[in-house]
Write a protein that binds this ligand. Structure first.
Ligand SMILES: [Zn+2]
Ligand SMILES: [Zn+2]
Ligand SMILES: [Zn+2]
Length: 171
């Protein structure tokens, strides 16, 4: 029995490497993409496109409704800000160039809060004197003001002074 019958051995590893390099352009790279897991149920998060742009949603939706903001292709857990009216989480939305925060219980709750550098400008509650609901800070062409969350049912408004509602005094 000859011991070494291969005179010109072709290294199998170089073939393998070549094949690997050739196909790595393809599905391999995509499937090797970093995966993110849902902190709520451990399913995978998938990048989805919504009305307000890309976001991360749980694979188990609708069983799990976890979502995260998309920042440079990574899910970023949104800080939780609660609706001043019903304590549901507020969600940041963008409309054209404007960002604002809307209640996640929409359309049952129509609260929106101005965006102030990525955080809701105010989530404080101020009672509406007219109807007993709450006032939220809103923005109009003429600047900020406080309006009742039940608008248009209640049209009570107050002026805004540096983020606080100013009581109107009738004399
Ligand atoms: Zn989940
Ligand atoms: Zn709400
Ligand atoms: Zn009111």
């Amino acid at each position: 029995m000859p011991e070494n019958d291969d005179q010109a051995p072709i290294s199998p590893s170089s073939n393998w490497e070549q094949e690997f390099l050739e196909q790595s352009d393809d599905a391999h790279i995509r499937s090797a993409k970093v995966r993110y897991r849902c902190p709520k149920c451990e399913s995978l998060l998938t990048l989805k496109e919504g009305a307000n742009g890309l976001f991360w949603g749980c694979e188990s939706y609708p069983a799990c409704n976890y979502t995260a903001n998309n920042e440079n292709g990574k899910p970023v857990r949104a800080k939780r800000y609660l609706c001043p009216a019903c304590d549901s989480p507020l969600r940041r939305k963008t409309f054209k160039d404007n960002a604002f925060w809307g209640c996640s219980s929409y359309p049952e709750c129509k609260v929106t809060v101005e965006d102030d550098n990525g955080v809701p400008s105010s989530t404080k509650k101020y009672p509406c004197r007219a109807c007993g609901h709450y006032l939220v800070r809103k923005k109009s062409k003429n600047g900020y003001f406080w309006g009742c969350i039940t608008y248009p049912i209640c049209t009570h408004t107050l002026n805004d002074d540096k983020g606080l509602p100013v009581l109107k005094r009738k004399r």
